[in-house]
Design a protein around this ligand. Structure first.
Ligand SMILES: Nc1nc2c(c(=O)[nH]1)N[C@H]1C(S)=C(S)[C@@H](COP(=O)(O)OP(=O)(O)OC[C@H]3O[C@@H](n4cnc5c(=O)[nH]c(N)nc54)[C@H](O)[C@@H]3O)O[C@H]1N2
Ligand SMILES: Nc1nc2c(c(=O)[nH]1)N[C@H]1C(S)=C(S)[C@@H](COP(=O)(O)OP(=O)(O)OC[C@H]3O[C@@H](n4cnc5c(=O)[nH]c(N)nc54)[C@H](O)[C@@H]3O)O[C@H]1N2
Ligand code: SF4
Ligand SMILES: [Mo]
Length: 901
């Protein structure tokens, strides 16, 4: 524990990614401004992480404050009691259903709620309201993998476990930037790589995962199916498929082989279509053929595609044909994103499944209805996320309840989603904080956040772990399952009277075991061994992988006996054909816009945005572009650029980099109205869907890029976040700092625009104003001081440069400004040596790019050596690939000062 506190350790699970790391938390004695202090460490006894945490997990303590929290229910913006809010939600849903039928209402939920929450929400919608209209943000995330699993294995089953990542001789990362998105697993694979494991990365971008890999295939966007089909054809050609395994356990091989024959599968033809070097393709084929112990990880580069199901199947086909499944060190491995994406898939959070891996087939449906005592249980799937919001837009769905997700930011075509929410007669949002989506809510319901809630989640390897409360519930916040159960009761439904999350879990576990034979003809998802947990044994539950047998034993690996959950027990290979991206590029939109994640932010930044250290690796929205494209378009590195699609425009900092393919752009998905309204990505994105899974093609939208060409720029540092004056056509971004909020501005107007901004910013500032103006450069520097402390700083320039911000931001921490500091404020230069750290490379130990660069220039030639000098990379290690990249870049070219903008 960082503060050495003697407080009791609580073992819980990290709320971020699907690795599902165990966390030991200790509530500290010294209260923060919210009266909350927490120190965390990795739980060495948790099998998912064995004590490690990444930068996001390490910074959890900085995110538990009560700032921005929803602490009481509100109706139309006014505080309401739980009784009134619950009654209103129940009445509006009941009335809407009475008038327009059960399909006129919907729930949109998320992989960030607990299994217990998911179970209750699904039981209410599908069982008692009697509509299939509950879907989850896993539709944007895992739906294609789910569809592929169901077709190939007969159910949504993830065969492997993390131990397979240690045992594999070859790991293939397909559209998976594990170094940033599943860092703790990546560390584990780096260790295996040091023992000789080979890594192949298939990604149009050279990510940090690709940086240290043995082979990087920077394929043309959306050409994965061609690549994997080509691999299968090659393995058949050289007789490297496992004929015995196929004969014993797999159907469909002949049909797949026949489909392959429709195209020229020669390596030269495949390499040309995927736009990779023939030698690289042949190296991949050889590595694959030579290493039976192969794990193929696939993530959003596979799933988030209009052919996501086909991409998944093309990977599963290769593994089935080679028998590389159900064996130690060998499996296809769809890695999950959210902490409880798996729990949602299990309990039926997706519109096209019922619960417990049972579907709408009459026998399944009747079984679930019997178990619930719910004769009205839905008989057909409901609307999938994108279609659901389209139905809201069209007025067919008239009441929606959004839980633990921020669709106004994260759905594709987000502008239309906002229109839909705006039009919807009744919008309920359960969240912990205000978000871009709560802005549309008629009723806001305050949910418990991580550190307060209590229940279970399932990670990527089917491991069920407990999240446990560290803090008491703040204000009137409540557990999601209880909020839903209370509404269900108020709607007049029986079967929602649980006394605790333990009793919800027990019922859920019993459903998985209900009429489940427990032998090879049964459902694999079976928690029989957990269906008798008492509140005490539930509290003490240790991490365990399902299925959990009646004797309480878990199951690390599935399909070890070659049996699958199909009627004949055989897996199915399914023919899939390559096709291009859904929307083709044209002269007006010649570039392919790809989107995804950055290392230190989580989704819509509602939590990671609270930790200044996590905001400084990539402080503002950016767009990556290849140097050839940038030059042709006049776009400069570090300058603002406009990303334009048929749906809209965003403005972001251009990062000109050879890590990007020519013709491609990449933008992070994270920024919101609260941090950078112009830097949002999703109003640009076409809602093109995979026809089977309904998953959107987030990784490709035709786009063009232009310089922004601001006429002035500036920044404003202040102690509080700012309510920006409305109606100004400016670009602004907010970057949280330790002692202040940094706001960056740029505009294309004249003095009138700057005056309007200044007026808005200055309003309400109290303090002594000191001003410096330089007519030659159009620079103006204002500082406000009160009782010797800095209150705010506003610097604006027309054609000059702006100084580094770090030293100014640090002045906010001082209780009394020195005379030197005061004059430096107006000179616009720090008094002594500049303290600008550059972007934070190591978020855990706060080491900036400049310190790392200095260590490299002084001779540190490996990440270990840089770590020894600076500390960077010695905690979670997530920045080690970046440090390796900086070392390589320094070796290649003389060091260059990064430009200030
Ligand atoms: N730091 C951080 N970690 C996270 C999250 C986060 O927000 N922040 N979110 C979590 C969640 S919910 C998820 S779903 C996971 C996602 O984890 P990842 O899937 O690793 O993340 P992404 O960055 O969305 O996409 C992965 C890669 O797909 C590549 N890609 C794009 N198009 C194609 C293509 O046509 N073919 C191939 N092969 N690749 C392509 C992109 O260039 C990108 O590098 O991360 C989880 N972990
Ligand atoms: N362009 C682009 N868009 C994408 C993606 C992409 O790669 N590119 N990826 C997609 C993927 S894979 C995903 S998973 C989604 C994620 O997108 P979202 O689900 O919209 O993202 P989050 O920011 O995680 O939203 C979670 C919300 O739930 C709240 N919350 C957290 N815990 C709880 C809780 O216990 N109860 C309640 N009631 N609320 C809680 C948080 O405060 C937050 O507002 O984005 C998708 N959108
Ligand atoms: S890898 Fe990081 S974000 Fe993911 S669960 Fe572990 S600590 Fe949390
Ligand atoms: Mo996700």
């Amino acid at each position: 524990m960082a503060d050495g506190s003697a407080a009791a350790l609580v073992k819980t699970t990290c709320p971020y990614c699907g690795v599902g790391c165990g966390v030991s938390g200790a509530v500290g004695q010294a209260p923060s401004s919210d009266g909350r202090a927490l120190s965390v460490a990795g739980d060495a006894a948790h099998p998912a992480n064995l004590g490690r945490l990444c930068s996001k997990g390490t910074a959890l303590g900085a995110t538990v404050g009560l700032q921005g929290r929803l602490l009481e229910p509100t109706v139309n913006g006014k505080a309401a009691s739980w009784a009134d809010a619950t009654a209103l939600v129940a009445k509006r849903f009941r009335d809407t259903i009475a008038r327009h039928g059960p399909d006129s209402v919907a729930f949109y939920v998320s992989g960030q709620i607990l299994t217990e929450d998911y179970y209750v929400a699904n039981k209410l919608m599908k069982g008692f309201i009697g509509s299939g209209n509950i879907d989850t943000n896993s539709r944007l995330c895992m739906a294609s993998a789910v569809a592929a699993h169901k077709q190939a294995f007969g159910a949504d089953l993830v065969p492997g476990c993390y131990e397979d990542l240690d045992l594999a001789d070859l790991v293939v990362f397909s559209g998976h930037n594990a170094a940033w998105t599943h860092p703790v697993l990546f560390r584990r694979m780096e260790a295996a790589k040091a023992r000789g494991q080979k890594h192949v990365v298939i990604d149009p971008r050279r990510t940090d995962t690709a940086e240290g890999a043995d082979l990087h295939l920077a394929i043309a966007p959306q050409s994965d199916v061609r690549l994997w089909n080509g691999l299968l054809a090659h393995l058949i050609r050289i007789d490297a498929v496992d004929r015995d395994y196929i004969a014993a356990h797999v159907n469909g091989f002949d049909a797949v082989e026949a489909t392959l024959a429709e195209l020229d599968q020669s390596p030269a033809a495949v390499a040309a279509d995927c736009d990779v070097a023939l030698d690289d393709l042949l190296s991949f084929y050889k590595l694959f053929a030579d290493n039976p112990k192969t794990v193929s990880l696939f993530s959003m580069g596979a799933n988030q595609s209009a052919q996501g199901t086909a991409k998944g199947l093309s990977i599963l086909n290769v593994h089935l044909a080679t028998g590389r499944i159900g064996k130690p060190g060998s499996c296809p491995f769809s890695i999950t994103g959210q902490p409880n994406a798996m729990g949602g898939r299990e309990t039926g959070g997706m519109a096209n499944t019922l619960a417990g891996h049972m579907d709408f087939a009459p026998a399944d449906r009747d079984r679930v209805a019997r178990f619930w005592g719910a004769p009205d249980t839905a008989r057909a799937p409901g609307l999938k996320a994108v279609d659901m919001f389209e139905a809201i837009h069209a007025g067919k769905i008239k009441a929606v309840w959004v839980m633990a997700t921020n669709p106004a930011v994260s759905l594709p075509d987000a502008g239309r989603v906002r229109e839909a929410l705006d039009r919807c007669p009744f919008v309920v949002v359960s969240d912990c904080v205000e978000t871009d989506t709560t802005a549309f809510a008629d009723v806001k319901l305050p949910a418990l956040a991580w550190g307060e809630k209590d229940g279970t989640v399932t990670n990527s390897e089917r491991r069920i772990s407990r999240q446990r409360a560290l803090f008491p519930a703040p204000g009137q916040a409540r557990a999601d399952w209880r909020i839903v159960a209370d509404v269900a009761k108020a709607m007049g439904f029986d079967g929602f009277g649980w006394s605790s999350q333990a009793s919800v879990f027990r019922e859920w576990a019993r459903l998985t075991a209900y009429e489940n034979t427990g032998d090879e003809t049964g459902r694999v998802l079976n928690l029989a061994g957990l269906s008798t947990l008492t509140p005490e044994t539930y509290d003490q539950l240790l991490p365990i992988q399902w299925p959990v047998r009646a004797d309480g034993r878990g199951t690390p690996r599935l399909f070890t006996d070659g049996r699958f959950q199909t009627p004949d027990g055989r897996a199915r290979m399914v023919p899939v054909r390559p096709k291009g991206p859904a929307d083709a590029m044209d002269a007006a939109y010649p570039l392919s816009l790809n989107t995804g994640r950055i290392r230190d932010q989580w989704h819509t930044m509602t939590r990671t945005g609270l930790a200044p250290d996590l905001c400084r690796h990539a402080p503002e929205p950016f767009v990556e572009v290849h140097p050839a494209d940038a030059e042709a378009l006049g776009v400069q590195d570090g300058a603002l650029a406009r990303v334009i699609t048929v749906r809209g425009e965003a403005v972001a900092l251009a990062k000109v980099t050879e890590r990007q393919r020519p013709g491609g752009l990449f933008m992070p998905m994270h920024w919101t109205d609260a941090f950078a309204p112009s830097g949002r990505s999703n109003h640009l994105i076409a809602p093109n869907l995979d026809p089977t899974s309904g998953q959107p093609e987030f990784k490709h939208t035709p786009a063009r890029l232009r310089p922004y060409r601001e006429t002035w720029k500036g920044f404003f540092l202040t102690r509080d976040s700012l309510a920006l004056p409305s109606g100004l056509d400016l670009v602004w971004r907010r970057i949280p700092q330790d002692a202040c909020q940094q706001h960056e501005f740029a505009g294309r107007g004249d003095e009138v625009e700057r005056a309007a901004l200044r007026k808005g910013l200055v309003k309400g500032l109290v303090g002594e104003l000191v001003t410096y103006e330089d007519v030659a450069t159009g620079a103006r520097r204002d500082a406000w001081l009160r009782d010797g402390r800095l209150v705010a700083v506003l610097y604006i320039t027309i054609n000059g440069r702006l100084p580094p911000r770090d030293w100014l931001a640090e002045l906010f921490a001082e209780s009394e400004l020195s005379q030197d500091a005061r004059s430096a404020l107006l000179f616009g230069r720090p008094p002594g040596a500049p303290v600008d750290k550059g972007p934070l490379v190591c978020a855990c130990l706060k080491v900036g790019a400049k310190a790392v660069q200095a260590a490299i220039v002084a001779g540190a030639a490996s990440p270990d050596a840089v770590g020894a000098v600076t500390g960077a990379g010695t905690n979670c290690g997530s920045c080690r690939p970046e440090i390796a990249r900086m070392i390589a870049a320094t070796a290649a070219v003389p060091a260059k000062e990064p430009a200030h903008v």
